[in-house]
Design a protein around this ligand. Structure first.
Ligand SMILES: C=CC1=C(C)c2cc3[nH]c(cc4nc(cc5[nH]c(cc1n2)c(C)c5CCC(=O)O)C(CCC(=O)O)=C4C)c(C)c3C=C
Ligand SMILES: [Fe+2]
Length: 463
């Protein structure tokens, strides 16, 4: 993907002012044009607005960053070009702690799963493409800084104004933070003139047998998946991205997730879900580039050229009937998945990564891996794969039932939702033995943009 260089494109990517003179008044051409923005504003007004409405990221960085460096307010020595070019191909840097925001693909997709996740879905409150572009530019700038382990700029020392960065990540490392953005089907309606760019068949998922979807866990114009090895770092990123969006987009729903930490399992064995089973064993290898091109990354021939090197994300909030599961026998549990609980091996096989013998029968002639076992039904004939990147969630107690509201926040990435995810979920919804123990509560799909080049911004091929 090449950098933009036409005059129109340059006007898109260079609209962030570099610095505001402290003495002069400046007419800001920022949309939406509220009463405040229509009249000239001074730097003092700008700083007040920056704290109050998140416009701080539209201010220049060098002066503020200088103050932050001098006062030790950056989380670690800040580079002036966060996520700088030398990081792009190597991926992880700083002793294995930091990923670059800038790459051919967005981070957080084939990145090995970090310990924690914060997910946020947004409704855009603007109705013009220019405003959407400015939001994408501000989010890009912030994400590059956050992933580089820096506090956000726009810092002020005025005790009467709110600080530009919320501050809870000060002194913390990047913790392998990744930030991944996507656009929902609703973004392609009349508001932003994007209906002609909507990828063919990109739509909310069809209803599946047994769905119990609740609107408060569904949909969204935009989404961000934030993952890190430290929850406070992930939360800080989500909170500040929400803050930056103020006046442009509002939170629709959000979910936090976790898995076993790398400290608890230095060997990084396959993580276990809340049902006690290893989850992720049969995922395609993220180290196999050919496989990722086949399964995950949108290719030029897939249509919707702006999505090339991007990926489609499916999100399902799946509640587990934990109390019922906990009362079922070990044999029932293993037959449900078609795998041994301790080793993770397919029933009838020895090792976790054995493929499993789907033809094997026991002495009474019954299939060793039951016909309705989750792994068998999900695999189907094995021709269609997806990349699963789920997290466990626990959202306290369900006040109606007195039971835990916990389960799997299922995320998968694929080149085509229609060809890969939907047929798989249709099979599972019909006959999966796991259905007795789960309920799909939430659902959303997002077109995750290709990666961003230095000087560009998320979705710069789209808007
Ligand atoms: C439509 C896609 C899938 C949904 C939804 C889903 C939900 C779900 N899965 C588990 C636990 C496990 N899944 C496992 C394997 C597995 N699951 C899917 C797809 C969906 N799962 C696939 C494609 C596969 C791999 C199939 C194969 O080729 O073998 C396993 C076994 C171990 C592993 O391979 O990861 C477990 C365990 C839960 C708990 C769940 C919803 C709550
Ligand atoms: Fe599964």
């Amino acid at each position: 993907m090449s950098k933009k260089n036409s005059s129109e494109d340059q006007s898109k990517s260079t609209s962030v002012p570099s610095e505001v003179d402290s003495t002069s008044s400046t007419e800001i051409n920022t949309e939406p044009q509220t009463g405040v923005f229509k009249k000239p504003v001074s730097r003092r007004d700008m700083l007040r607005l920056a704290g109050a409405s998140g416009v701080g990221l539209l201010l220049g960085s060098s002066g503020a960053l200088g103050i932050m460096k001098a006062t030790g307010l950056t989380k670690q020595p800040a580079s002036d070009t966060p996520g700088s070019a030398e990081n792009v191909t190597t991926g992880i840097t700083h002793g294995g702690d930091q990923y670059s925001f800038y790459d051919i693909h967005q981070p957080g997709i084939v990145t090995p799963s970090q310990n924690f996740m914060c997910f946020a879905s947004f409704d855009v409150t603007l109705n013009d493409a220019a405003g959407l572009r400015r939001l994408f530019q501000a989010w890009t700038k912030a994400s590059a800084s956050l992933m580089a382990g820096e506090l956000l700029d726009g810092q002020n020392e005025n005790p009467h104004l709110p600080p530009a960065d919320t501050g809870e990540a000060a002194g913390l490392s990047s913790s392998k933070l990744t930030i991944t953005f996507g656009a929902g089907p609703a973004l392609f309606d009349h508001r932003f003139g994007l209906s002609g760019k909507k990828p063919a068949n990109f739509a909310e998922l069809p209803a599946f047998n047994g769905d119990n979807l609740q609107s408060e866990w569904c949909g969204g114009d935009l989404a961000v998946q934030i993952c890190a090895d430290d929850m406070q770092v992930a939360f800080h990123a989500m909170r500040n991205l929400i803050r930056i969006a103020r006046g442009s987009a509002v939170l629709r729903w959000s979910q936090e997730g976790f898995q076993r930490s790398s400290a608890a399992d230095p060997n990084q064995a396959t993580p276990r879900n809340l049902m006690g089973f290893k989850d992720g064993t049969a995922n395609p290898s993220v180290k196999d580039n050919n496989m990722m091109n086949e399964v995950v990354w949108v290719q030029p021939q897939d249509g919707a050229g702006w999505m090339t090197n991007g990926s489609y994300m499916v999100v399902r909030r799946i509640r587990m009937r934990i109390e019922v599961w906990d009362r079922s026998s070990l044999a029932d549990q293993e037959n449900t998945f078609g795998r041994e609980r301790v080793s993770g091996a397919p029933l009838g096989s020895q090792h976790e990564f054995d493929r499993g013998d789907m033809e094997a029968k026991d002495t009474s002639g019954k299939p060793v891996i039951p016909m309705n076992a989750h792994m068998r039904v999900a695999r189907g004939d094995g021709t269609m794969q997806i990349l699963r990147r789920p997290y466990s969630y626990s959202s306290g107690m369900d006040k109606v039932t007195g039971q835990l509201d916990a389960g799997l926040f299922f995320i998968s990435y694929q080149r085509s939702i229609e060809k890969q995810f939907i047929p798989m979920q249709q099979r599972l919804a019909q006959i999966d033995a796991l259905n007795e123990y789960i309920q799909h509560i939430g659902s959303a799909v997002f077109a995750c943009f290709p990666g961003v080049q230095q000087g560009g911004y998320i979705g710069d091929q789209l808007v």
